[in-house]
Design a protein around this ligand. Structure first.
Ligand SMILES: NC(=O)c1ccc[n+]([C@@H]2O[C@H](COP(=O)([O-])OP(=O)(O)OC[C@H]3O[C@@H](n4cnc5c(N)ncnc54)[C@H](OP(=O)(O)O)[C@@H]3O)[C@@H](O)[C@H]2O)c1
Length: 288
């Protein structure tokens, strides 16, 4: 017996007035090769952003360290003044060095400075949601970092706080300091070691926003994806995204692309209905 379940629809961030469609857009790929500006094609980058919003996307994930600054500048150029209801979610906690490396920048002053950079480059007075992005080095100062996020919220510079790259212990610790509306960790069909966080956040009504939903810089491929895709008249990557949408109702997609064609393909994942049997086949017949 198979039970289809609807993958599309909307999600409301807990204790907020922010509701978004479950299929959004992740803007990191727009910064260019190595997430280091300039983009491959400036006009195409603007076209992708405008096509996303024209197709109904109301949740864009970004950070000022993409480029650096480049992705936020593109978002502003393409979409400002922003349409009502568009939720731009950004990240704080890292910076780029001249050689393109990613280093932590999560001291209180650095988090405040990064917030002001995001506001300036996006052309906003307040950030709807900012994720504290942790890095393995420096996680011992986690409480201090979350406290700074709470201060940013109290100062009216960010409306809501999220987390990225966190353990369940860190999520619990953070929630004792400030309300958390979303968690952005790595999770996709091939990398399921964060399954417990999907379930814990679902029970708490917190959005779970997997990064690398398509597998990251090397998109996912498997015989099961191809077989289910054939049955559902979809592409393998649409099935990979539909799997995430079916996995839990609090999962929001922010698949990344620098191509208008890929964007439309990815948005089409919302219309792909998978059966229990499809889900079992995709996960290898078992759990996680
Ligand atoms: N919190 C964190 O630490 C963190 C880390 C990484 C990413 N993120 C966020 O997560 C978002 C998504 O991650 P991501 O973009 O790195 O990885 P992803 O969404 O898993 O995959 C992106 C890759 O898939 C390709 N692609 C996308 N759609 C495709 C399609 N329909 N057919 C074929 N190839 C396709 C893209 O190339 P094309 O450009 O050619 O389409 C790109 O190489 C990012 O935009 C960013 O906002 C957060």
């Amino acid at each position: 017996m198979t039970t289809p379940s609807a993958p599309g629809g909307t999600f409301r961030f807990p204790e907020t007035d922010l509701t978004v469609r479950r299929v959004g857009y992740g803007a990191m790929q727009l910064a260019g090769p190595g997430v280091w500006g300039p983009p491959r094609d400036h006009g195409t980058a603007l076209a992708v952003l405008r096509a996303a919003v024209a197709a109904g996307v109301d949740h864009i994930d970004t950070s000022d360290f993409y480029g650096p600054h480049v992705t936020n500048q593109l978002i502003r150029e393409a979409l400002h003044p922003y349409p009502a209801g568009l939720v731009i979610v950004t990240k704080l906690g890292a910076r780029r060095t001249a050689d393109g490396s990613w280093v932590r920048a999560n001291g209180r002053d650095e988090l405040f400075a990064a917030t002001h950079d995001n506001l300036r480059y996006l052309g906003l007075d307040v950030l709807d949601v900012a994720n504290l992005r942790t890095m393995a080095s420096g996680s011992e100062r986690f409480e201090e970092q979350v406290t700074a996020m709470a201060e940013l919220r109290a100062a009216g510079l960010i409306r809501h706080v999220g987390l990225s790259g966190v353990s369940l212990e860190q999520l619990a610790q953070a929630r004792r300091i400030v309300p958390i509306v979303c968690v952005q960790n790595r999770f996709n069909l091939a990398q399921r070691d964060d399954a417990a966080t999907v379930d814990v956040t679902a029970r708490a009504g917190i959005a779970y926003v997997p990064y690398f939903p398509l597998g990251g810089f090397t998109p996912l491929q498997s015989a099961a994806l191809s077989a289910v895709a054939m049955r559902r008249d979809a592409t393998p990557l649409q099935v990979a995204q539909a799997w995430l949408l079916h996995r839990s109702p609090n999962v929001l997609l922010i698949s990344g692309t620098s191509s208008v064609d890929h964007l439309h393909e990815n948005l089409g994942a919302a219309a792909v209905t998978l059966t229990d049997e499809d889900m079992r086949e995709l996960t290898g017949g078992g759990g996680e």
